[in-house]
Write a protein that binds this ligand. Structure first.
Ligand SMILES: NC(=O)CC[C@H](N)C(=O)O
Length: 390
């Protein structure tokens, strides 16, 4: 509904009678609120994200598959949703949990409200939740399996049972589920005020990107650096990638546990043997480490936010990074030929590795999707340097 032409939304947006919703956790906690999305029931791992902005980017990040995301920032939806800021074509989060959706959303770029967007994509969401209490539970007990249920048919006992039935992310190979079906080229460069998105002008390097659940902005940062990008499905064998004669291969971010992605680990080993420059981000970083013989572990409650400090161990410089990971490379498991390059200043988790005698490195964090120079973008320049030197 609109008020003087300004899109207007109430918790049950669109003028409907508000629908109840609940969040049930595996420990038996029940949180009751109102629906802000589609009706239905969704299960997944409940994680908290501390970013103050970027709910659209978070919802569309494929790395959030099978996760119910709660945002610690209390007002979510103020600027609505626009057709440009998605990190993929779909919402991948299994559901959204917030404190409050403000009554009025307004931004010059918005085309719909957050509740309208959730409903259009058939994604459940809940508001009026004490997200501070929920976050405390997740920090104390670790990520919880949960069930988010919205509608007239809620059964609270069944919701707890469904939360407990969710098998958990450990052991789940989700990269192949969210990946593309066939190779495709990518030419778009980052968004700029007054110009919108651009198109790659130069063609300096041929780069193949493994799509384990890639975020569009990673592709844009490559295109902006003159990379002729081809995105390939997660299960593409190394021989097919090498047949494209790439100057470098990027291993993307993605959802789930890296360990069961045997196909990717095998392909990365072959690419390392072939000496192709490799750059892994997040899941790609974890897969690179696994291919080199390291181990990954599930974290107690993961890193999900937009301002995580990460230290470059060589320069001591601190990078402000976006993070979204629930698994981590175990630093104690690094083989001699993998050098730790970055560590989290929040909890000491390993955040980056470099191969000691191959042109390959990985980083756990993500570049920011918002316009402007960001710390993590320097790593893209490092990848360009590696390709230039090879
Ligand atoms: N953003 C990512 O690529 C996440 C990697 C992996 N799924 C994790 O949770 O740790």
């Amino acid at each position: 509904m609109t008020l003087s032409g300004i899109p207007f939304c109430l918790p049950a947006a669109g003028g409907e009678v508000s629908t109840t919703a609940i969040l049930a956790l595996e420990d038996g906690t029940l949180l009751r609120g109102v629906s802000i999305g589609a009706s239905g029931c969704s299960v997944g791992e409940v994680v908290f994200n501390t970013a103050m902005t970027g709910y659209q980017e978070i919802l569309t990040d494929p790395s959030y598959a099978r996760q119910l995301v709660t945002l610690t920032y209390p007002h979510i939806g103020n600027t609505g949703v626009n057709p440009e800021d998605g990190e993929s074509a779909d919402i991948h989060a299994a559901g959204l949990i917030v404190r409050n959706v403000p009554g009025r959303a307004n931004n010059w770029r918005m085309t719909e409200t957050l509740p309208e967007y959730l409903r259009r994509h058939g994604v459940v969401g809940i508001a009026d939740i004490d997200t501070r209490k929920l976050t405390r539970i997740l920090r104390d007990k670790g990520a919880q399996r949960g069930c988010l249920w919205a509608g007239d048919d809620i059964d609270e006992a069944a919701a707890v049972a469904r939360a407990r039935d969710f098998p958990g992310l450990k052991g789940m190979d989700l990269a192949r589920e969210v990946s593309c079906d066939a190779p495709y080229p990518w030419e778009q460069t980052p968004w700029a005020l007054g110009q919108g998105y651009g198109v790659r002008e130069e063609s300096r390097y041929r780069v193949v990107v493994y799509d384990f659940g890639v975020k569009f902005n990673i592709l844009r940062l490559l295109a902006a650096r003159g990379c002729e990008v081809t995105v390939v499905p997660a299960t593409t064998p190394a021989a097919e990638v090498l047949a494209r004669h790439p100057d470098g291969v990027m291993l993307s971010n993605g959802p789930g546990d890296p360990e069961p992605c045997r196909y990717a680990i095998e392909a990365i080993r072959a690419l390392l043997d072939a000496g192709v420059p490799l750059f892994g981000i997040c899941l790609g970083h974890q897969l690179l480490a696994l291919a080199c013989g390291a181990r990954t572990v599930k974290m107690k409650f993961g890193h999900h936010g937009a301002n995580h400090p990460v230290q470059d161990l060589e320069t001591s410089q601190v990078l402000i990074t976006s993070q979204n990971h629930g698994f981590a490379v175990d630093e104690d498991s690094l083989p001699a030929h993998l050098r730790p390059t970055h560590r989290s200043l929040f909890d000491g988790t390993l955040q980056g590795v470099a191969h000691t005698h191959k042109p390959a490195f990985g980083f756990q964090g993500h570049p920011e999707a918002s316009p402007g120079p960001h710390d993590v973008e320097g790593l893209f320049d490092r990848f360009i340097d590696l390709m230039a030197a090879s």
